[in-house]
Design a protein around this ligand. Structure first.
Ligand code: TAP
Length: 482
């Protein structure tokens, strides 16, 4: 397929000031660590060091939880919902005003294309604050149960794939319901959370309502295990989610866990093929496939498998892989060397187990962490690439003959986060959606998000919902709850 040549259209990085080093955001101020160390945040597209970031110590975690407790009991839990809502609206508006700055910073620190950070991550993050700001004074009408009240101090730990968006999924509902938070962003993507700390200052949020502590897994562990934390909200891998569930078992802590996925994107023979191909591309190559609900298993009805494969490959030849700050870029950098190694290992396993590997013929930049969009055909259900979450731009294609076979194959996974169905038949969509063990089922679309729509998993994809009225439930006590 012929493609146009585009001149580079780089977004300016001058719109964002990155400090050479950052402290921790505790009690409304950036403070130095007590006894912690530091680490570097690196741009995955160039391997350039962006900033030196603090690795919080156990004592720092203690200080952050204490600051959150003080803010909770003295200010935030006593404030009216209407007043809390004003702060959320203010934060939402500042995120919109500073959208370009956030988008550039996110693309630099994470490696995702500016087109996505600009059009998806940042607008959705602002939308989450607007949405939850609207609930703050209406909690008594949200069918949450009698007398909904905040829980207390929430410890929140998030991954690196949507750093600002995951922060907003965590902080907006917690604040709307009257809780205070200590949040730890992922080690490889701390910078947008630190810029968000500045937004809290700009919005005059009372000190201690939001605390941001940076660090690695040990800091996250110290936070979720801290006895001053009343609720844990975690998004990340199933392995760490299980470890957290074990560590808080038997305590009074509540928890919501948003974990991994291995979604089936199911194409029936009556689907509009060109639209379905766009949906497949969006499903697995959006954000380099670093998406928990990515459509990483393509299930195609056998009679159209060849036609879909041909069109899909032609479409993938047109994808532009490269500089995340270039507005023409479709696929950016892999977030870290560690993640690149994991993708490479699983792709090798796919070849070793006998599946057929294909990638478009695209050049990759010399520096940084990159992986070509990859499609495996001839995949069987037992292959590791059909069972394990790759969390990269790698699609495994399987076929089916009947709807019942599609359901059986789609559900043949330890996960249950999302699924996609492509067909012209409304009745089939409803029947399939009913059979699929997945928290979200998209029909004739994929990767659509809205703050009013609950998101979460079954089985090893975790428990609890985020977003919508259901997402509020995790942040309130009701009736006689202690
Ligand atoms: P993880 O390794 O689980 O890391 C997630 C977060 O937990 C990071 O901040 C990490 O810190 C921290 N952490 C690591 N060990 C910990 C421990 N023992 N106790 C407490 N916190 C700990 O996952 P990841 O590689 O960053 O993210 C990819 C995974 O997240 C994928 O499986 C993906 O499916 C899942 N994910 C799920 C969703 C939803 S909504 N279900 C959304 C996005 C991502 P460091 O980064 O510093 O190690």
């Amino acid at each position: 397929m012929a493609t146009f040549e585009y001149a580079p259209a780089p977004e300016s990085r001058a719109v964002v000031d990155i400090a050479s080093s950052y402290g921790l955001f505790i009690g409304g101020q950036f403070v130095d660590s007590r006894g912690g160390s530091s680490f570097k945040s690196v741009s995955p597209s160039t391997e350039e060091v962006l900033a030196e970031v603090t690795e919080a110590s156990a004592e720092d975690v203690d200080r952050a939880v204490a600051a959150a407790r003080t803010a909770y009991s003295r200010v935030w839990s006593r404030m009216s919902g209407a007043d809390r809502g004003k702060y959320l609206f203010r934060i939402a508006r500042i995120l919109q005003e500073r959208a370009r700055e956030f988008a550039v910073l996110e693309s630099l620190d994470n490696g995702k294309p500016i087109r996505e950070s600009r059009d998806v991550d940042v607008p959705l993050a602002a939308a989450h604050f607007f949405y939850h700001g609207g609930w703050a004074d209406k909690l008594g009408h949200a069918s949450l149960g009698p007398d909904p009240r905040p829980i207390g101090v929430v410890g929140q730990v998030i991954p690196w794939n949507f750093p600002l968006l995951m922060l907003s999924w965590k902080i907006a509902p917690a604040l709307a319901t009257g809780n205070t938070v200590v949040l730890k962003p992922a080690e490889t993507t701390p910078l947008s959370a630190l810029l968000f700390a500045e937004v809290c200052q700009q919005a005059d949020l009372p000190p201690g309502v939001v605390n941001i502590i940076t660090g690695a897994g040990a800091t996250g562990q110290a936070l979720v295990e801290h006895e001053g934390v009343d609720k844990v909200a975690f998004t990340g891998s199933t392995a760490v989610g299980k470890a957290i569930a074990r560590s808080i078992a038997g305590t009074r802590k509540r928890a919501t866990l948003e974990l991994g996925g291995k979604a089936a994107n199911i194409i029936f023979d009556d689907a509009a093929v060109d639209q379905a191909v766009e949906g497949i591309v969006n499903g697995i190559f959006f954000n380099q496939g670093h998406v928990c609900c990515a459509g990483s298993r393509l299930l195609v009805q056998e009679s159209v498998a060849e036609a879909v494969e041909t069109k899909l490959k032609a479409r993938l030849e047109t994808l532009r892989v490269g500089d995340p700050l270039d507005k023409n870029t479709d696929v950016g950098a892999i977030n870290s060397r560690e993640q690149l190694d994991r993708i490479t290992e699983l792709v090798q396993a796919g070849e070793d187990e006998g599946a057929t590997r294909w990638s478009p013929d695209c050049e990759l930049p010399a520096n940084g962490f990159w992986f070509r969009p990859t499609v495996f055909t001839g995949v069987s259900q037992a292959h590791r690439i059909a069972q394990e979450e790759i969390f990269g731009p790698v699609l495994s294609v399987l076929t089916f003959r009947t709807p019942a076979e599609a359901v059986a194959k789609a559900n043949n996974t330890p996960y249950g986060l999302s699924a996609g169905i492509w067909t012209e038949k409304g009745s089939r969509i409803l029947w399939m959606a009913d059979q699929l063990r997945a928290g979200v089922v998209w029909a004739n679309t994929f990767n659509k998000f809205d703050p009013s729509s609950p998101f979460g998993g079954y089985k090893e994809s975790g428990y609890g919902r985020e977003g919508g009225r259901h997402g509020l439930e995790a942040y309130v006590r009701t009736g006689a709850d202690g």
